[in-house]
Design a protein. Structure first.
Length: 251
């Protein structure tokens, strides 16, 4: 059956010493505890190797926040999936709305990224979600279906089984405006059905679907109590152990 996962997305925050201190703090806080979910932190590229070396990787998985859509070569400034995997990281976030919107990453680019991540044994945390206008127009179900179909439905069932989906309504990211637990459940169930239609019920039932968007210690319990909400992708509240730990303990 699918895993529960709480993943932090630090975004472009923390210098290396600050990030290392945060990761070590979380590592310390989890000592002697057995969380009932997988814990992942999505850190800047510059921090990956140091953090992977500093934490107990059996308790904290390390994720990149992006990877290149090319394997290797003359792509100045890009970081490949193989490079990420060589640091000890085992996940990478792909298709975050900030990448789609600010860096114009389209479905085709994201498809390549997912393929390269999988080829390098990184578990993609693939982000989908609608903007406010789309929700208000009642288009959100279509939007997420298209995002999943366009970048993921080329995968074999076996490969699909290795990825994690994060539903992040763009209007809830960094706004303090969370989707209600009912709204999250409704669309997560819809996404699972879309997966079931393509890959069958077992693959769908085994896929972890995380919620992201202003998730915090106060609202996490209600969200993860929903049947199809298998955890969270946490931005702001992942930047301190005090705020992140209660979310890890929300199950
Ligand atoms: P916030 O938790 O800061 O709203 O960010 C959510 C997010 O974008 C995680 O990827």
């Amino acid at each position: 059956m699918r895993k529960n996962i709480i993943a932090g997305n630090w975004k472009m925050n923390t210098t290396l010493p600050e990030g290392l201190a945060l990761a070590k703090g979380l590592n310390e806080a989890l000592k002697g505890k057995t969380p009932t979910c997988d814990v992942v932190i999505g850190v800047p590229f510059t921090h990956l190797a140091s953090i992977a070396a500093a934490v107990d990787l059996t308790k904290i998985g390390v994720a990149a926040q992006n990877c290149a859509d090319k394997e290797k070569g003359a792509f100045t400034g890009e970081i490949s999936a193989a490079m990420i995997a060589s640091t000890g990281a085992t996940y990478t976030i792909i298709g975050h709305s900030e990448r789609r919107i600010y860096y114009h990453e389209n479905a085709e680019i994201l498809k390549n990224k997912v393929n390269l991540a999988l080829a390098n044994e990184l578990a993609p945390i693939f982000c989908i979600g609608e903007i406010l206008e789309e929700r208000e127009a009642g288009e959100h179900f279509n939007v997420v279906d298209k995002q999943v179909e366009a970048s993921l439905f080329n995968l074999s069932a076996e490969d699909f089984g290795k990825l994690i989906i994060a539903y992040e309504p763009v209007w809830a990211i960094g706004t303090g405006k969370t989707a209600t637990a009912e709204q999250a459940q409704e669309i997560h169930a819809h996404i699972r059905q879309t997966i079931a239609n393509k890959y069958g019920q077992t693959v769908a039932d085994n896929c972890s679907i995380l919620y992201g968007g202003s998730m915090n210690a106060e609202n996490a319990k209600d969200l993860v109590a929903k049947q199809d909400v298998d955890g969270g992708l946490i931005g702001g509240a992942s930047l301190s152990v005090e705020k992140f730990l209660p979310i890890v303990e929300a199950f």
